[in-house]
Design a protein around this ligand. Structure first.
Ligand code: 3PG
Ligand code: MN
Ligand code: MN
Length: 559
């Protein structure tokens, strides 16, 4: 396995299951399973379609793991996320993911021997080392302990002037935790300064308003970051990052996710750390989707997404390479997981035609992440990818239905067209609205997701097809931080602490539809099955045996 050429991808016929069925593969983003509870928005919402699967065909409904080691994360305390979830769903195998690879590289010191570090090190003598990324211990896009190690390691290896450009979280972690993270970082920087390294925080802003847009939904987000990080310009100026975050959080309804951009200035009002010619820059997020746009702005010569004003000549490296197809960025500190021979690639070589669709904010999830962090199709004659433009400049609790209906209608048309064998969608609502922490809106979002499922299931009924409905990780099923006994935790003002993040919960998977061969049911001997088992299951339902190194199928056919 692993050699190139079409034969590598030839799949054996499944002994019992037919080819040519139309299969709807529906991924509900952020839809986990948890006990009934007022903070379980999926339970509170009317979700008759999702409920019916479990009730009417329990042998075709089960739970699968979507967090921790089942999706290649370092530990069972790591919640699932879209990147690792969709990687596992699409690739059918469990890869050590970015978080883990960076841990290894830092622990072993290999990070410092790599080409990427040598490249940025060229600037240490005369230039500044800038680190840009999400300041959080969420472990989804980045981890603070890794940044701390990198800072120390870079200083020990000759970095004399270091500037941090921080993005506050409040999405993968509780809102308000930014203050503590900044304090921790400031302590480390103070120690570096004691040792003669000129190390400071230079700029910042909330991740959803500054820098971390994804899939080119809204370039103004990246521009705000560029202005602060590169040009040293922002509407808010402070003497220290702690003061900045505390002050900006005093505004009514302020939220770590959406803090406005700020720069740190010296006594004369001058920004302490714009990026200039000769500097080195590292974007320290290991996850790709929300760093790719900045990587393009930092790396591309031809760039027309916004006016960069000044394009410094820098040595830039990503923590990882974010896009293997675009080779972006060209320099990186840690090699990404080599996710190859994904199910999508097998399908195009075996005559299975695919349609994939979501709205912008999740479009790359069912395409780029699905295909192992690879842009574009494998074969445009076999695949059609459709992106529905997301609303721009709003938080999704304002519009909790998002584009669920539009996605479902596009999928319905694709199913009814008879042109595709696999119609794959991501329905974002539970996740994107769940991240806002707005419980009422999340309930509305779950209902909308359920309605979208119904539209697609009805189309599958019409064409005699099959459906597979699952999710990539939990979110909307638990919207509160809990103590060890499971009770909602209160903050120091006695207010319930809302959970905006994903969870550790398993997710459901349901199969059905008139085209499902009689006798197909879930095996009982894969009790610890997870997202990575779905690819082999899908390949079987398309009428083929899965590749031998894929995680095993979840289904069996009884006579
Ligand atoms: O990037 C985000 O929106 C969150 O950090 C993680 O959410 P996702 O993994 O569902 O995209
Ligand atoms: Mn997700
Ligand atoms: Mn999410």
């Amino acid at each position: 396995m692993g050699s190139s050429g079409a034969n590598t991808f030839q799949l054996a016929d499944h002994p019992k299951l037919p080819k040519g069925k139309t299969i709807a593969l529906i991924v509900l983003d952020g839809w986990g399973e948890a006990s009934p509870d007022p903070y379980n928005c999926i339970h509170t919402a009317e979700t008759p379609t999702m409920d019916s699967f479990k009730k009417t065909a329990p042998e075709k409904w089960r739970l699968i793991k979507a967090h921790g080691t089942a999706v290649g994360l370092p530990s069972e305390d790591d919640m699932g996320n879209s990147e690792v979830g969709h990687n596992a769903l699409g690739a059918g195998r469990i890869y050590a993911q970015g978080a883990k690879l960076v841990d290894f590289a830092l622990e072993s010191g290999k990070l410092y021997d790599g080409e990427g570090f040598k490249y940025i090190k060229q600037s240490f003598d005369k230039g500044t080392l800038h680190l840009i990324g999400l300041l959080s211990d969420g472990g989804v896009h980045s981890r603070l302990d890794q940044v701390q190690l990198l800072l120390k390691g870079a200083a020990e290896r000759g970095a004399k002037r270091i500037r941090l450009h921080i993005l506050t979280d409040g999405r993968d972690v509780i809102d308000g935790t930014s203050v503590g993270f900044v304090e921790t970082l400031e302590n480390d920087l103070a120690k570096l300064r004691e040792n003669g390294v000129d190390a400071l925080i230079a700029s910042g802003g909330g991740r959803m308003y500054v820098t971390m847009d994804r899939y080119e939904n809204d370039w103004s987000v990246v521009k705000r970051g560029w202005d602060a990080q590169v040009l040293g310009e922002a509407p808010h100026k402070f003497k220290s990052a702690i003061e900045a975050v505390k002050k900006l959080r005093e505004t009514p309804k302020a939220n770590d996710q959406y803090l406005p951009p700020f720069v740190i200035v010296d006594d004369s009002g001058k920004a302490v750390g714009p990026i200039v010619d000769g500097d080195a820059v590292v974007t320290f997020n290991f996850r790709a989707d929300r760093m790719t746009m900045l990587a393009k702005a930092l790396e591309y010569k031809d760039f027309d997404k916004f006016d960069r004003v000044r394009v410094p000549k820098i040595n830039y490296a990503g923590m990882l390479q974010y896009d293997g197809e675009l080779m972006l960025p060209s320099h990186y500190l840690v090699s990404p997981p080599e996710i190859e021979r994904t199910s999508g690639e097998y399908l195009v070589h075996n005559g299975v035609k695919t349609f994939a669709c979501s709205e912008t904010v999740k479009f790359g999830h069912v395409t780029f992440f699905w295909n192992g962090n690879r842009s574009g199709c494998f074969n445009p004659e076999m695949e059609e990818y459709v992106e529905i433009p997301s609303d721009v400049g709003i938080t999704f609790n304002v519009q909790p239905k998002m584009k669920a209906l539009e996605i479902a209608e596009k999928a319905r048309d694709a199913i009814l067209s008879g042109k595709f064998h696999q119609v794959r969608v991501n329905i974002p609502n539970g996740d994107m609205v769940g991240h806002t922490g707005d419980v009422e809106a999340t309930v509305v979002s779950c209902k909308a997701a359920d309605e979208a499922v119904k539209i697609m299931i009805d189309a599958i009924e019409q064409v005699g097809g099959i459906f597979v409905v699952t999710a990539d990780h939990g979110n909307a099923e638990d919207m509160v931080k809990r103590d060890k006994s499971g009770k909602p935790q209160l903050d120091k003002n006695g207010k319930v602490q809302i959970l905006t993040s994903h969870t550790l919960q398993p997710v459901p998977i349901a199969i059905g539809g008139p085209g499902l061969a009689p006798g197909v049911r879930f095996r009982s001997d894969v009790p610890t099955g997870g997202l990575a088992n779905v690819a082999a299951t899908m390949i079987n339902l398309h009428g083929f045996e899965a590749p031998s190194d894929y995680e095993t199928t979840l289904i069996e056919v009884v006579d």
